[in-house]
Design a protein around this ligand. Structure first.
Ligand SMILES: *Cc1c(COP(=O)(O)O)cnc(C)c1O
Length: 335
């Protein structure tokens, strides 16, 4: 029972079958029918002209940022943004793109006043501000659709492009009970992780205009992301975006259940009303030895990421009874 992340999900039986049977070719030559099918289908499905299959979400974000921005350009993002904080500074290191982070509001949004103040004037002292990058969900929180519409307006007014790190965009769509297009339509480009709660073994998708994806495809080759018989992976990716989406409803219900049960434990502080998707954060009283507890839990076959706040992630491979078992053990070790 692994509560560290939804990245630990095992591919489904139908994915393994589809992978075994996928027609493949050399995708660097554009010859892999399964990759081509996924890219064409994904672009259509999300309302973009074009799509690109990538090795990871990190690579999809990097290619997106580099396709939008030249050396010496700047992108606006959240202080907590994955593509600022958790991607080894790739945009700066490999793209010479300057990040301009803005403190995230508690709901994950970025304040438009602060964003406007951070846009640099057209002056040789400054980097050129080109892009706003948002993330949805961000730390499990869903950005409201009205906020996305305002972000689009803000970018149009300020001649910025708008990118979405949508690693968990399907969690947002499921939580809002809207079609993914209702989120995607506000953005010039968007990524989706196939390998998180959607259970594919490997891969993400980057989507945008035809010219944007052509540029990203060259950059993907440059960073070593050109893959050969990648249809074996794309076959699972297609099932991630079709068969696995409804699984996220169960994941969200399980996260809510976990939050409610955690809120009843001594020394654990969490408001279950704030849990919107599959990620649960709880604050622990300072005297709790969570590293010691994590060791005991591992003897029970439960893996957690110790920390304070502590983060639990629900996914296909943890069931309601696994959650009950986790809470029972936690109760024992906390008392
Ligand atoms: C996981 C994640 C990524 C990166 O995906 P990898 O496939 O792990 O490289 C990017 N953005 C967000 C919000 C993520 O959660």
């Amino acid at each position: 029972m692994d509560f560290r992340s939804d990245t630990v999900t095992q591919p489904t039986q139908t994915m393994r079958q589809a992978m075994a049977n996928a027609p493949v070719g050399d995708d660097v030559y554009g010859d892999d029918p399964t990759v081509n099918e996924l890219e064409t289908w994904a672009a259509e499905r999300h309302g973009f002209e074009s799509a690109l299959f990538t090795t990871s979400g990190t690579q999809a974000n990097l290619l997106g940022l580099m396709a939008h921005c030249e050396r010496g350009d700047e992108y606006l993002c959240g202080q907590q943004a994955h593509n600022y904080k958790y991607e080894a500074g790739g945009a700066a290191v490999l793209g010479s793109i300057q990040p301009q982070p803005i403190e995230n509001n508690p709901d994950g949004t970025l304040d438009f006043g602060k964003l406007a103040a951070a846009i640099k004037p057209d002056d040789s002292h400054f980097a050129r501000t080109r892009l706003l990058s948002l993330e949805n969900t961000i730390n499990g929180k869903v950005l409201p659709l009205t906020y996305l519409a305002k972000a689009r307006e803000f970018c149009d007014e300020n001649k910025l492009s708008l990118h979405l790190d949508g690693a968990r965009a399907y969690n947002a769509a499921v939580a809002l009970d809207v079609d993914i297009k209702e989120i995607a339509k506000h953005f010039d480009s968007m990524t989706v992780c196939l390998s998180k709660g959607l259970c594919a073994p490997i891969g993400s998708i980057l989507m945008g205009s035809k010219d944007f994806i052509t540029k990203a495809r060259r950059l993907r080759k440059m960073v070593g992301g050109g893959m050969r018989q990648a249809g074996i992976l794309a076959a699972a990716g297609k099932l991630a975006l079709t068969e696995q989406v409804t699984q996220l409803e169960t994941d969200h219900a399980n996260a809510k259940l976990l939050a409610i049960k955690l809120s009843e434990l001594p020394g654990v502080h969490i408001n279950p009303d704030f849990v919107q998707t599959n990620i649960v954060f709880a604050k622990l009283d300072a005297q709790i030895d969570i590293h010691g507890i994590a060791k005991k839990l591992s003897n029970d076959g439960i893996i957690i990421s110790p920390g304070n706040p502590i983060r639990f992630v629900t996914h296909k491979d943890v069931s309601e009874s696994d959650i009950n078992f986790l809470v029972e053990k936690l109760k024992l070790y906390l008392s």
